[in-house]
Design a protein. Structure first.
Length: 492
């Protein structure tokens, strides 16, 4: 272990011991002044020891009076070593304390529960714990103990917090993974006291491969093989436009899925699983898609050759039944009462029905926009943009610059702005002109090239043992060569 790491751990442990000592005698609020006093007394003690206990070396040739020659040392053969039994007959047992491994074991045995939390922008640890039912007083005590090991103000949005609770929702402990494979934690002891702990972060990523055969439906068979519903929805979303899961999938078709999960040393699974690979074999086609994040930072799924699938924009970006209340083109405006070109389509649905993104993209506008009311505009690949008007509200964490995925909820049906009832006004832009949303608007797939393609294929090869077969595809048998005229003449 590096010396720097050893010193860092020693300093943390000493701070914990010092803190507990001050807390026990009730002087925790004056710990800084006490630290200075202890350091001063320690230095005074060193000076005192140097004066009274360090003696000058004896002169050459002269023995100190207390040192006798070896021949004159008196040995008493009857002397017996005295043994004192002041501690009683029973051995003293070391105090047992709960560890994170104990909490993880209890979760695995269903004797406790674990929740995976994440810091949002502007969140504090006390607020995060308060949302989980931890009292304000207890949250402040936990934060105070944890502040001995790390500066809580430096925890960034996205930082993971593993919260351990009893089955009656009482606090048992929490752990926060840090850099350099380290983690800081606070654990409640059996006597109710809290102990800050610094330990090695034992979380590692493990891949899980699930293969199966379709019996009736893909979703039912995948669920039966242990694939979570969230992953099933992601698979159908990724392959939407390439395959129709209601008509193209039949009994006997096979699937091959690779997931990634985070587990602790004791095998406790943390959080959700991540989809890394989709393999699907039907009677007519074979589809293989590998998850990869390119240089632009946007994750996607690519074929073995490095091409992402072509996607058609959703024509009705609403999660629920809709009614076309106004088509694209010229119409008589229901409020203005004169003819005007309608640059989108109006899809009527009940108030607060979820509105989804028509394709992957980045939000360029979010807020009120005149007659459109509450409005969102999204920039997509291939020069496409989509706009959504008259919304009742937006998803809470969205803002200008937020990235959204195809099919992800962005807001809710409303009747804000110039509107006669709850609906969404949906526009599609190609370049600087609007186009009919009900037309064929396809965003062409992105193709990886050069060094980025090499990186992707290297990753894919390390992920799946059959990558080279996926890349080569079905090998067409070589046809038998026909005899040439010269060969026929030689035979004659």
């Amino acid at each position: 272990m590096p010396i720097k790491k050893i010193l860092k751990t020693a300093v943390r442990e000493s701070r914990i011991v010092r803190y507990k000592a001050y807390k026990k005698v009730g002087v925790i609020r004056h710990r800084r002044q006490l630290d200075m006093t202890v350091i001063f007394l320690f230095l005074v003690g060193l000076v005192t020891i140097s004066f009274f206990f360090i003696k000058p070396a004896p002169q050459m040739g002269v023995l100190p009076p207390e040192v006798l020659p070896e021949s004159e040392v008196i040995v008493n053969p009857d002397a017996v070593e005295k043994v004192h039994f002041d501690l009683g007959d029973e051995p003293v047992e070391e105090e047992k304390k709960t560890s994170l491994a104990d909490l993880e074991k209890r979760v695995q045995e269903n004797e406790a529960q674990m929740r995976v939390l994440s810091f949002g922008k502007g969140d504090t640890l006390s607020a995060l714990l308060g949302d989980e039912g931890i009292s304000t007083a207890e949250s402040l005590d936990i934060a105070e103990e944890l502040s001995l090991l790390t500066n809580l103000k430096t925890l960034r949005p996205g930082t993971t917090v593993l919260l351990f609770l009893n089955n009656d929702d009482t606090f048992l402990g929490l752990s926060i993974p840090m850099r350099d494979n380290q983690a800081v934690a606070v654990i409640r002891n059996d006597d109710g006291t809290l102990t800050p702990v610094s330990h090695e972060g034992r979380v590692e990523k493990v891949t899980e491969r699930i293969q199966g055969t379709v019996e009736r439906t893909f979703a039912g068979s995948a669920r039966k093989n242990g694939i979570p519903d969230t992953i099933i929805s992601q698979i159908t979303g990724v392959l939407d436009g390439e395959i129709d899961f209601s008509s193209d999938i039949r009994a006997g078709d096979t699937f091959d899925i690779i997931l990634e999960k985070k587990v602790t040393e004791s095998g406790l699974e943390l959080g959700g699983k991540e989809l890394l690979f989709i393999g699907l074999k039907t009677a007519d086609k074979e589809i293989y898609r590998y998850a990869y994040t390119g240089r632009n930072g946007t994750p996607g799924f690519y074929s073995p050759a490095g091409k992402s699938g072509d996607k058609e924009l959703y024509k009705r970006p609403v999660k629920g039944r809709t009614r076309l209340s106004s088509a694209y083109g010229r119409r008589r405006h229901p409020i203005l009462l004169y003819e005007i070109f309608h640059h989108g389509v109006d899809l009527a649905a009940p108030k607060n029905t979820p509105i989804i993104a028509a394709a992957d993209g980045t939000i360029t506008q979010l807020g009120r926009k005149g007659a459109y009311g509450k409005y969102i505009r999204i920039r997509h690949a291939g020069g496409f943009q989509t706009a959504y008007g008259h919304m009742n509200g937006y998803r809470g964490d969205l803002k200008t610059g937020s990235k959204v995925k195809r099919g992800e909820v962005i807001g809710y049906i409303g009747s804000t702005g110039r509107s006669t009832g709850p609906h969404v006004h949906f526009e599609v832009w190609k370049g600087k002109k609007t186009v009919n949303p009900f037309g064929r608007n396809v965003i062409l797939g992105h193709m990886l090239t050069g060094f980025e393609l090499e990186q992707f294929q290297s990753f894919a090869e390390s992920l799946h043992p059959d990558f080279m077969e996926h890349l080569a595809g079905k090998i067409v048998p070589v046809p038998r060569s026909k005899p040439t005229l010269s060969t026929q003449k030689r035979k004659k």
